[in-house]
Design a protein around this ligand. Structure first.
Ligand SMILES: Nc1ncnc2c1ncn2[C@@H]1O[C@H](COP(=O)(O)OP(=O)(O)O)[C@@H](O)[C@H]1O
Ligand SMILES: [Mg+2]
Length: 244
């Protein structure tokens, strides 16, 4: 699967947040978007998944050469896109595991036996070092920041998307949890030939997840691109020179 963003312009409540952003990535590659707070990174993630509040005013988003802008979020997910939100929603009364099972059947378009499904869940719950009580809880209700992130990696492991967009996957995680989450993400990425688009404003997670390409995003556009050396440079110099 190829995801291509072409000269994208996006507004939120009539304010232009993304202005002329282009990016192309393939399944199997790990791309990282780094940028300071407020540069439009989360808005980009929401736009790719078709959040109702964002308005694309110009440009296009293509999957395998076909525009997805007219598709619903559900249709985009069925193509194999997955979005991990920076601040996941909490839903009282919706069991996490039931939610995931339904989501998987919906994506697949067929039934998945409870036995197979639970086997997959248990393996990943253990891999992610999540407590077993997790399985009985409501979707994100009362989850700590770290548990929400792990829950989302669990979703990714079970739903097996082709390209996943992870928005600040390390936010709210202590160093041990970052290691556990990163190890799982790496394992899924290898096993499933997953494409990763990781959005972050800290380089910390890049000690554990190796990027192929770095894109620096400032004020709604890409201002620099390169490999791992860009991370080291940003680490030393910050975003200052791009903000001028
Ligand atoms: N619902 C909204 N309406 C209007 N402006 C918004 C809304 N949400 C975010 N913004 C603005 O959009 C800009 C980019 O936000 P965001 O995409 O969250 O940036 P980042 O994820 O890079 O920190 C910010 O200036 C923010 O204030
Ligand atoms: Mg953000």
């Amino acid at each position: 699967m190829i995801l291509e963003i072409k000269d994208l312009h996006v507004s939120l409540e009539d304010k232009e947040i993304i202005n002329g952003l282009s990016l192309k990535m393939e399944q199997g590659e790990t791309h990282v978007i780094m940028g300071p707070n407020g540069s439009g990174k989360s808005t980009l993630a929401k736009t790719i998944l078709g959040h109702p509040h964002v308005k694309v005013t110009k440009g296009d988003i293509l999957v395998d050469g076909k525009s997805i802008l007219d598709m619903t979020t559900d249709e985009r997910a069925k193509l194999g896109l997955f979005l991990q939100f920076q601040n996941p929603v909490e839903v009282e009364g919706v069991g996490f595991i039931n939610f995931l099972h339904t989501a998987k059947e919906n994506l697949r378009g067929n039934t998945v036996s409870a036995k197979d499904f639970m086997k997959d869940i248990r393996a990943n719950v253990s891999e992610l070092k999540m407590g077993d009580d997790f399985i009985g809880r409501s979707l994100n209700m009362g989850f700590s920041g770290g548990e929400k992130k792990k829950a989302e990696v669990l979703q990714m492991a079970v739903l097996k998307p082709k390209i996943a967009i992870l928005d600040e996957p390390d936010s709210g995680l202590d160093i041990d949890a970052i290691k556990v989450v990163s190890a799982s993400v790496n394992k899924i990425a290898q096993a499933e030939k997953l494409g990763l688009l990781i959005i972050t404003h800290y380089s910390r997670i890049l000690s554990f997840i190796k990027p192929d390409f770095i894109h620096v995003m400032v004020n709604g556009r890409i201002v620099a691109e390169g490999g791992k050396e860009l991370v080291d440079q940003l680490e030393k110099e910050g975003y200052d020179k791009y903000l001028k």
